[in-house]
Ligand binder design. Structure first.
Ligand code: GLV
Length: 409
């Protein structure tokens, strides 16, 4: 991990929220890498709807209730976490900062929560497993089915506590901002690319210095055991489609169930039908996710999809939500509608850009502080007390229709 300098500490002190972290990341990173994190796919409809769904919910607070010490701690699949926020699997994190996935895992550990490690990490899954604390491994679109199975076996051997199978990446999302920026994960280090990239990175000397010292990592270390020459594949392998690419399908999930004794969690569920299918194959949980609006544009906002899924399978499966979480208040809204916990991806990635591991810790603590204050202002003592009575859909119904007992008080 890189040392945190006084300059970094000063920069982080100015980061109070998601938008601050986003601005700091924008300053720190070459445009193509910043936009790779920030962007959604195609017209970014789903990206916008994710946010809209949170802003469409207002709270129904209980006034005159003094909550000195709101309880945030919970468990996911029996594993204790200090707050209902975990760090999401995100590819390409070592392009952002040399601390990369190790930094995110370390910050999650320090926050006493779980990091979900991506197949497309900049460090091998075994290296990430060395960071203390429970972690989940995300099986993802990869070059072929054997490669995916090999990763699952290795994750088991390395001691990952849970397996997450992502089902919304049969092909990569059409991220036009990436195409415009010439960012395709395919940024091999050759003369042509260096010449092409120089004008884009010149304004970010700190990033260039760190990235160069880190050995300009464009590889997928997790793949070293499955390439014929034993060398890691280029990041570009992830964007290939067709026979060379394999995303977990339902047969793979049945295979995972048979070969993974711990919790199996299906990520990318947006419909009751898929939630029921996950249940019927013996999954322990699902993640209601549209990949942060980065895959199918037009997929529904996760907060909108959540209630029906909770009604259908909530008694049998633990349900986690991601996509669009920016504030502690958003976490409260997701939990009120039945999520057990949430994943955050972009916010820690922006924190990583702003200050390495310390930046990730900083944004996780910002979220914790917001979560505490939101519960205090709501008059809610414990996240386990949250249910639909704490929120109202502003876009469709006035408070008086949904909360008569509060209005009469
Ligand atoms: C990877 O899963 C990405 O969204 O870029």
């Amino acid at each position: 991990m890189l040392r945190t300098t006084a300059l970094t500490r000063r920069r982080l002190a100015g980061v109070l929220n998601y938008e601050d972290a986003r601005r700091a990341a924008k300053r720190a990173l070459p445009k193509s890498i910043y936009q790779y994190i920030d962007a959604g796919s195609e017209d970014e409809l789903t990206l916008g709807w994710n946010r809209q769904a949170f802003t469409d919910l207002s709270f129904a607070p209980r006034g005159a209730v003094w909550v000195p010490d709101p309880k945030l701690a919970t468990t996911v699949f029996g594993i204790p976490i200090s707050m209902p926020i975990m760090t999401a699997p995100c590819g390409g994190m070592r392009l952002i900062h040399p601390d990369g996935d190790l930094g995110i895992a370390q910050a999650a550990h320090e926050a006493e929560t779980i990091h979900v490690s991506t197949s497309a990490s900049g460090f091998s899954l075994e290296e990430i497993a060395q960071v203390p604390g429970p972690k989940f491994f995300q099986a993802y679109r990869f070059s072929n089915q054997e490669a995916m199975k090999s990763l699952v076996r290795r994750a088991d051997a390395a001691g990952y506590a849970g397996l997450v199978a992502t089902i919304d990446t049969s092909v990569g999302g059409n991220r036009e901002r990436d195409f415009r920026n010439g960012f395709s994960y395919n940024m091999r280090i050759n003369l042509q690319n260096v010449v092409r990239m120089t004008p884009r990175v010149i304004g970010h000397p700190g990033w260039v210095y760190r990235f160069t010292r880190d050995g300009m990592p464009f590889k997928l270390p997790n793949t070293a055991d499955i390439t014929p020459d034993g060398k890691p594949m280029e990041l570009s392998a992830l964007t290939r489609t067709g026979a060379e690419s394999h995303s977990p399908d339902w047969d793979d999930i049945a295979w995972m169930r048979a070969n993974w004794a711990g919790p199996l969690i299906i990520k990318g569920v947006l419909t009751v039908a898929d939630a029921q299918r996950a249940r019927s194959l013996g999954a322990d949980g699902i993640i209601v996710s549209n990949h942060g609006g980065r895959q199918l544009d037009g997929a529904p906002a996760t907060l909108r999809a959540l209630p029906r899924i909770v009604d259908a399978v909530g008694n049998d499966l633990e349900i986690i939500l991601d996509s669009g979480i920016r504030r502690g208040a958003d976490v409260v809204k997701a939990l009120s509608l039945g999520a057990r916990a949430v994943l955050v991806g972009r916010y820690p990635a922006f924190g990583l850009a702003a200050g390495g591991t310390a930046g990730v810790s900083h944004v996780l603590e910002r979220m914790r502080i917001e979560l505490i204050r939101t519960l205090q202002l709501l008059g809610c003592h414990d996240i386990h007390d949250l249910d639909a009575s704490w929120v109202t859909d502003r876009s469709t119904r006035p408070l008086s229709e949904t909360e008569p007992e509060l209005v009469q008080r």
